[in-house]
Design a protein around this ligand. Structure first.
Ligand code: GTP
Ligand code: MG
Length: 331
């Protein structure tokens, strides 16, 4: 067990799929006090792990726990990852991004339990919300969304640049109606959170029982994955919580055609698409959520990573053929 001199201030950044959690952590890292070491623990629903690759660019020490929802990996896998991260980084602060498809209660239990009592101290839990989603009963009634909101000490409307004034007013009325009342409610864009919000103690409002929902994971890969040199095209799938993911790890010498990847990413059956890929025109970071596409130049990596999440199971081999075609690999 790690033995830090004082408990490490730790914050959870919660919010639904694609709301801007990684963007917010990247922004916080850019504004961290000089000389401090910050560590980030990130858990993605998919097996491939894209966010970790992005977060490393801002100088944080990053540990990924890919695969499944945090509520299911919050036990031993998270403890192992967290202990290794703390031992390696000896961080001044720890930020945790659980998957947007996750339920926060188990992770809160783990972090506030006996084992971590002297290792870390949980600061305010920050939950990001996209106000545009508040008219959708599928979101409002979603147990993960409700519990992410219930767990929040600080509730933040993000993506306000994409919102109508009326949508922001709906957010404000909804936030004001929550019981118990949220001590702090803010509006922001591009995940801009104030570093000062991270200080203090978590209020730990009541969140429903961890397994009030039922789901199973079928982990495609329990054994250690082969290296990218051994197997230059790796396809991995995951399912759970009514969602499915298909991911790829691809040798960087297999350059992808950007337009073909974008055509694949715009499939309206996808809830989320993200990728860090080597294209014929250089490295690109691709994000698609709610039909909004962002494609930015990126730093070179040891491999390309692609991930998509859907509510319905897709035919993985059909999607694989599309991506292979984008890489110029045809049968
Ligand atoms: N216009 C706009 N885009 C935003 C804002 N915040 C985030 N985005 C974009 O939304 C997309 C998803 O952002 P992420 O930070 O990856 O979201 P996330 O919550 O970490 O996503 P998951 O980890 O997949 O759940 C990216 O393309 C971001 O650039 C915002 O305030 N305004
Ligand atoms: Mg993320």
């Amino acid at each position: 067990m790690p033995d830090p001199i004082r408990p490490i201030p730790t914050n959870l950044i919660l919010g639904f799929l694609g709301v801007g959690k990684t963007t917010a952590i990247l922004d916080l890292l850019r504004h961290k006090p000089q000389g401090e070491v910050w560590a980030v623990l990130v858990n993605e629903f998919g097996e491939v792990g894209i966010d970790g690759a992005l977060l490393e660019t801002e100088g944080a020490v990053v540990r990924e726990i890919p695969g499944g929802c945090m509520c299911c990996v919050a036990g031993l896998p998270m403890q192992i990852g967290l202990n290794q991260l703390i031992a390696r980084a000896k961080p001044d602060r720890l930020l945790i991004e659980p998957t947007g498809l996750g339920h926060p209660s188990q992770i809160l239990d783990t972090l506030t339990g006996q084992y971590y009592r002297e290792v870390l101290t949980l600061g305010p839990v920050i939950t990001l919300v996209d106000p545009r989603k508040l008219d959708d009963p599928r979101v409002l009634d979603n147990v993960q969304f409700r519990d992410q909101v219930a767990a929040a000490d600080i509730l933040v409307a993000n993506k306000t640049d994409l919102c109508e004034d009326a949508q922001i007013q709906v957010f404000d009325r909804w936030a004001a109606s929550l019981s118990p009342a949220k001590p702090q409610v803010y509006h922001t864009r591009h995940g801009h959170l104030s570093v000062g919000w991270l200080d203090g103690d978590a209020g730990l409002p009541e969140v429903t029982a961890p397994h009030a929902h039922h789901h199973q994971h079928s982990r495609a890969e329990e054994t250690p994955r082969p290296s990218i040199e051994e197997n230059p095209w790796q396809l991995v799938t995951n399912e759970g919580q009514g969602h499915h993911s298909i991911g790829w790890r691809i040798h960087p010498e297999l350059c992808l055609d950007e337009n073909s990847v974008l055509a694949m990413a715009m499939d309206d059956r996808l809830l989320r698409f993200k990728a860090v890929i080597h294209t014929l025109d250089g490295w690109r970071v691709v994000n698609v959520v709610d039909g909004t596409v962002s494609i930015l130049p990126g730093e070179s990596r040891e491999l390309s990573r692609v991930e998509l999440i859907t509510a319905e199971a897709l035919d993985a081999s059909e999607m694989d053929q599309l991506l292979r075609a984008a890489a110029g690999l045809t049968e």
